[in-house]
Write a protein of this length. Structure first.
Lengths: 156, 196
């Protein structure tokens, strides 16, 4: 067996594809060729050395690894809280949007024409009950006299 | 794989129990796979602390994606896909390819060169040969990310080629090609260390 053939078989052996009957022939070549033997030793050692390297890392981090479930559980709880908050925000996200729309509607209302039912000189936007299951957004004309609700929207 | 569940509740049953609201069952899955998951993660990211974060984040992600798990398939293959992607993302973000993370704390002061050219095969042996560990870490770091994932899944975790292909979403041929390349690079590193 020449060295070129041997190198091919060394790689096949490392990949686990060298037929058993060819192993003996390869072993015979390796016994008499130090260059191919060094090649075989290095390629065979790659896996074990890599395992040893990760084994060292695992030993260093053994205490932290022991507490992995505690870390994961804490992460799950934290993530759950974040998701809950996001869901809450998504549920009530329409409120500031509607309030902004209402303010814009008033600001751009065509004042001075007889199309408008009223022209509030000052107004409030009130958002209520957002902590409960029902929320209301009200546009209130503060006016000269009694406050008057211009527009109210409710969501259950 | 059945032997991984030997003596315990099958993975599928733990997943069903978790989905029914018992987080403790998921804790058993974490205990079952954390060691191997860490070995794979640290093989890819190189740094122990980063690897712990990767494992933690992968389990959390798996917990919230558990509804998408297809019963009948292997949990660890499904989980490893999350893990490897998480590890590769971490690697990209940390951009540590320019440096060689190698904690010297595991080296004892009386570390001495190896007596012979026999390559170390245990963590204890390797701990006595810092240069070799350093050289191998350099070679691993220099590998493209998916080549690194392949060699780690094969050599550290002992996964079969078809399982690696499922985890990485590629063909068995690609796995073999990447493995051949990666193993060649590690071999060169070991050989040059021995000759140097």
């Amino acid at each position: 067996m020449d060295c070129g053939t041997a190198l091919g078989k060394i790689n096949a052996k490392a990949d686990g594809h060298l037929p058993r009957e060819e192993e003996a022939a390869l072993a015979g070549h390796l016994a008499g060729c130090s260059a191919c033997a060094a090649e075989d030793a290095a390629i065979s050692a790659a896996g074990p050395v890599l395992r040893a390297l990760t084994g060292i890392r695992a030993m260093e981090k053994a205490p932290a690894l022991d507490a992995m479930w505690t870390r994961v559980r804490a992460g799950i709880e934290e993530s759950r809280e974040t998701r809950r908050r996001s869901a809450w925000i998504a549920r009530w996200a329409w409120i500031p949007a509607i309030a902004a729309l209402a303010v814009l509607a008033l600001l751009f209302y065509p004042a001075g024409t007889d199309r408008s039912p009223f022209h509030p000189s000052s107004f409030d936007v009130a958002v209520e009950n957002v902590e409960s299951d029902v929320a209301t957004v009200a546009l209130v004309d503060k006016g000269e006299d009694l406050p008057r609700v211009i527009w109210i929207i409710e969501d259950a | 794989m059945k032997e991984r569940e030997k003596g315990g509740v099958p993975d599928d049953a733990l997943i069903r129990t978790t989905l029914a609201g018992d987080d403790g069952a998921f804790g058993e899955l974490v205990e079952r796979y954390k060691g191997r998951a860490f070995a794979v993660a640290v093989g890819i990211v190189g740094d122990g602390d980063d690897a712990l974060d990767v494992v933690q984040d992968s389990f959390i992600k798996a917990y919230y994606k558990l509804k998408e798990f297809r019963f009948g398939s292997n949990f660890y293959t499904w989980f490893y896909r999350l893990l490897v992607n998480q590890a590769i993302d971490r690697w990209r973000k940390s951009a540590r390819s320019a440096e060689v993370p190698f904690d010297e704390s595991w080296l004892s002061e009386d570390a001495s060169p190896p007596d012979s050219f026999a390559y170390p095969r245990t963590p204890e042996d390797l701990a006595r040969n810092r240069e070799l560990g350093d050289a191998l870490q350099c070679a691993v770091d220099a590998l493209p990310e998916y080549h690194r994932a392949v060699i780690v899944l094969r050599e550290v975790d002992g996964m079969a080629y078809d399982e690696i292909a499922k985890v990485l979403g590629c063909s068995v041929g690609t796995v073999m090609s990447r493995l051949h390349y990666a193993r060649g690079k590690l071999k060169e590193s070991l050989k040059s260390h021995r000759e140097g």
